[in-house]
Design a binder for this molecule. Structure first.
Ligand SMILES: *Cc1c(COP(=O)(O)O)cnc(C)c1O
Ligand SMILES: [Zn+2]
Length: 542
């Protein structure tokens, strides 16, 4: 049934200004705020016995399409996502002394994480707008989901990854035919690069938490949980048809999940479907816990973590910005807690969950369960509370890291292969191993002479590598066309033809489109002059 007569209004989360979604320009025209929320005609829905209608539909995410930001249901791009099982925990619940512990099993979605929700809504919205190319910055799961849905919709995807993103995730993105660009920076730096790239080429940039689609997509978890808990425990005695849990728990990075879930419960309360909002348990990795730090100090504004110290890339947002303020406000109003868990605690929790309840999860979800254990131990969560844990994903085989005698040693930050504070030469070597392990002919484009020399020296440590240098983008492109290297490493910021232009030209030429490209920023390499020395010494010794 097409719903193109629907009215969708956007409301600024800062000043409350409202305007139609169709004319929205990306920021509030009154105050400039970029996080806005969709508003639907809830009174009309309430009057139409909507819950009845919904209950007769097939169990997937789009059964709530009246409260999703799509005008015409013909534009929906779906892979059967949503209505993931709500599994009642047995052994783990008993061990924790909880009577009602439920696991929302988001691993069972089409690309095995709850980013499927974001992808189906965002890609459908792009299709509705006629967009055919999109840029995204991701630590892994968003890009995997967007790559799958983008392939299905015929929308081309450019995926930018930070140094920390695991190679298994990048490979999966490439399988769907997306362009994969690995940077040597942090997640926050990578987001800035993706933004520049999109702007330089006039391609649509996915704004993550700052886009209406993301929050709306995540809120469908709330609708599902309320329906599913009613199937489990019956409707509450207050007379509303659906049931809210006492707690919703999630491992948090940017905060999109809980912000969306909070909005979902608020809407359902307005619709008369539930009687209250759950408390939130938000768990961060202790190596990157800006929200927890601010919460413990009683602050509404988080101080960014510049250099996240965790191997769990999925949770490595160092600068949560206004998302934290929104979550802080939610907790002030409805209750909740922010807590952190170390990487070791997360890996231990993965084993505990797998061995008790038969559910194997990725490290970001391990963080959530480690947080659950703490909140129960601290008696923040009580034995009678109805608790729902967002089992957010399992997109990466972690068995090799968590099993075996040495598993604890392997997650030790100092020895971890993907520590974010890698010296620049190691970050570069990592990136090379990832995109072109067998590359022997390498073009380096770098206008800064000192950085070029350093890169040359780093590359020379590889066996049989032939290196050619170009000192600007135009010379680099000419060299690439003439010499056909196996790999290109390019600086970004160069006068005239910059790194983005090099990437663009190469991807536009079928003869060059398959050559792997690594983007580096000269600043990172030259900033730490000790790296130069370490690199020389290493070579001298070997
Ligand atoms: C994205 C992601 C998170 C963090 O999500 P936010 O709600 O944006 O903080 C946690 N776990 C998994 C598996 C994820 O993919
Ligand atoms: Zn505003």
């Amino acid at each position: 049934m097409p719903t193109n007569t629907k009215t969708i209004t956007l409301e600024c989360t800062f000043c409350g200004h409202q305007e139609p979604m169709r004319t929205f320009g990306g920021a509030c025209p009154k105050c400039g705020e970029v996080i806005v929320e969709a508003r639907y005609d809830l009174d009309a829905l309430r009057a139409s016995q909507w819950a009845e209608t919904v209950s007769r539909r097939r169990p997937h995410l789009w059964r709530y399409h009246e409260v999703l930001p799509i005008y015409d249901t013909d534009n929906i791009v779906s892979l059967g996502e949503g209505h993931s099982p709500l599994i009642k925990s047995r052994a783990l619940a008993a061990a924790l002394g909880l009577k009602n512990l439920y696991i929302k099993d988001e691993r069972q979605g089409p690309t095995a994480s709850f980013k499927d929700r974001q992808a189906t809504v965002a890609i459908s919205a792009l299709k509705e707008m006629g967009v055919d190319e999109v840029v995204v910055a991701s630590t892994g799961n968003v890009a995997i989901a967007y790559a799958a849905y983008g392939a299905r919709a015929g929308i081309k995807l450019w995926a930018f990854f930070p140094a920390l993103a695991p190679n298994d995730k990048l490979r999966e993105v490439a399988v769907y035919g997306a362009e994969v660009i690995k940077t040597t920076g942090t997640y926050d730096q990578t987001k800035a690069l993706a933004q520049q790239f999109a702007a330089s080429r006039g391609i649509f940039l996915d704004k993550g938490i700052k886009s209406v689609a993301a929050i709306e997509a995540m809120k469908t978890m709330a609708y599902e949980i309320a329906e599913q808990l009613t199937w489990e425990l019956g409707a509450p005695s207050s007379g509303v048809p659906w049931r809210s849990p006492d707690w919703f728990l999630q491992g948090v990075s940017g905060g999109m999940g809980p912000i969306g879930v909070g909005k979902g419960f608020r809407e359902m309360r307005t619709l008369g479907l539930v009687d209250r909002l759950p408390q939130f348990g938000m768990i961060q990795s202790s190596g990157c816990a800006p929200m927890v730090d601010a919460f413990m100090r009683g602050q509404r504004v988080a101080t960014p973590v510049e250099n996240p110290q965790t191997v769990i890339a999925t949770l490595a947002t160092g600068a949560p910005g206004r998302a934290y303020e929104l979550l802080y406000d939610y907790v002030q109003e409805n209750g909740g807690y922010f807590v952190s868990a170390s990487d070791e605690e997360a890996f231990q929790a993965i084993r505990t969950l797998a061995r008790n309840d038969g559910i194997s999860v990725e490290p970001a979800t391990g963080v959530t369960f480690a947080g659950l254990f703490k909140l129960v131990r601290q008696r923040v969560i009580k034995p009678d509370d109805v608790v729902v844990v967002n089992c957010s994903g399992h997109t990466l085989p972690v068995e090799k890291t968590i099993l075996g005698e040495q598993w604890q040693k392997q997650v030790d930050l100092a020895s971890a292969p993907t520590t974010p504070s890698l010296p620049p030469e190691d970050a570069l070597m990592n990136a090379i191993d990832m995109v072109g392990k067998r590359a022997r002919r390498v073009v380096v484009i770098e206008d800064n002479v000192e950085a070029a020399r350093l890169m040359h020296r780093i590359l020379q440590t590889r066996d049989d590598t032939e290196i050619r240098l170009a000192h600007n983008g135009a010379a680099g492109l000419a060299l690439i066309r003439a010499w056909r290297p196996d790999m290109v490493i390019t600086d970004l910021m160069m006068p005239d033809v910059d790194g983005f232009a090099v990437v663009r030209e190469m991807k536009a030429d079928p003869a060059l489109a398959d050559i792997p490209i690594i983007v580096v920023s000269a600043k990172e390499l030259t900033k730490t002059s000790s790296a130069t020395c370490r690199c020389c010494c290493k070579r001298a010794r070997s």
